[in-house]
Design a protein around this ligand. Structure first.
Ligand SMILES: NC(=O)c1ccc[n+]([C@@H]2O[C@H](COP(=O)([O-])OP(=O)(O)OC[C@H]3O[C@@H](n4cnc5c(N)ncnc54)[C@H](OP(=O)(O)O)[C@@H]3O)[C@@H](O)[C@H]2O)c1
Length: 315
């Protein structure tokens, strides 16, 4: 543990991205606290086991509950920095607004030098035009941002773009996490650029940012230059790695949007998000302005995972 490094509390630490943030915090030498929810019961055996594995790696577990304000205040008082990885993927669970309770606790505790709320996707602040019902992701994240800024809590918002695990194996196919068995649907002409980041790198960059004055009250965009790729480039990458030819079918924009009509709520959210990424180009169609900084420029020492290496796992 390094004395000049901040103490970190991670909320949502057993989650899909939260567990990478816990590991990065430990690896980077921070005194690391992980919130252990009092509500965990028999069905949560895997979470409890994971919490114990964090403890073995040197983390300290802190019991608290979102239903008990005092317990949250006490947990927050242990740390200089709070990182929250609360769920926000509706097909798993979506509890972004629960973080308002954490904001209240941070406000009352008064000691927190930096709060990183659960963002880790598209820049919610740029998605005011997003399609319903998927816009709930962005609207709720913006509500949390407003509460943070009104409470004058110092913050960093991490815009992590596309988690590789969701997109690379299935070559961005909406319904698949693993390589295609048949034809691959290309969104539009397949040439819109998106950005893909290994989830472990999301953890690494997030923790790198927490003590950095350059990221204070800014959005940290993860845009590693080799990982800015179109869907077509991913298909070509797969063809070259696997030696297999992939047959593609183009889905025109209007057909993709029309497909929403036959889907349930969760499916409609997915179509909306994919529409913004792969037709509109929402990850890459803007320059990072004064309110933002780019992670691979700030931390060139991080050897981030390239997507050809990531893809090799699936062969
Ligand atoms: N860019 C991308 O491609 C991408 C993909 C997926 C997610 N994301 C974003 O990443 C963030 C985290 O998502 P995730 O998929 O990692 O989340 P997740 O694994 O579904 O859940 C994260 C954690 O949320 C906590 N949680 C869930 N329900 C709760 C409740 N009722 N009360 C208190 N805590 C609760 C749990 O924390 P405990 O550890 O305490 O149980 C859980 O482990 C979200 O903002 C999401 O939008 C981005």
């Amino acid at each position: 543990m390094e004395i000049n490094k901040s103490k970190v509390l991670i909320v949502g630490g057993t989650g899909y991205v939260g567990r990478r943030i816990v590991k990065a915090s430990l690896q980077q030498g921070h005194e690391t606290y992980v919130l252990q929810r009092r509500e965990l019961g028999l069905y949560d055996i895997e979470k409890v086991q994971m919490l114990l594995s964090f403890k073995r790696l040197g983390a300290r577990l802190v019991e608290a509950s979102f239903s008990d304000h005092r317990s949250l205040v006490e947990a927050v008082r242990l740390a200089d920095v709070v990182v929250c990885a609360m769920s926000g993927v509706p097909f798993r669970s979506h509890n972004i607004l629960l973080q308002l309770k954490l904001v209240d606790a941070i406000k009352e505790a008064g000691n927190v030098k930096r709060f990183l709320p659960s963002e880790f996707g598209m820049d919610a602040g740029r998605m005011g035009h997003a399609l319903a019902p998927g816009r709930i992701t962005f609207d709720d994240k913006v509500t949390v941002r407003k509460a943070i800024e009104e409470a004058r809590i110092p913050y960093t918002y991490v815009s992590a773009n596309c988690f590789a695990g969701y997109f690379i194996g299935g070559l961005c196919d909406f319904n698949s996490l693993t390589p295609p068995k048949g034809k691959v649907h290309l969104y539009g002409d397949g040439n819109v650029k998106a950005i893909f980041v290994d989830e472990d790198d999301v953890g690494t960059y997030t923790i790198k940012a927490i003590d950095d004055p350059r990221t204070l009250n800014k959005t940290l965009y993860l845009r590693p230059s080799d990982n800015i790729l179109s869907q077509r480039q991913l298909v070509e990458m797969y063809e070259s790695l696997s030696g297999k030819r992939v047959e593609t079918v183009l889905i025109p924009e209007k057909d993709f949007l029309a497909s929403m009509a036959g889907l349930d709520y969760i499916g409609q959210i997915g179509v909306g998000h994919y529409y913004h990424i792969f037709y509109e180009g929402s990850l890459t169609n803007f320059e990072i302005g004064a309110g933002g900084v780019e992670a691979s420029e700030l931390y060139p020492e991080v050897r981030y995972t390239r997507m050809d290496d990531y893809m090799k796992q699936y062969l």
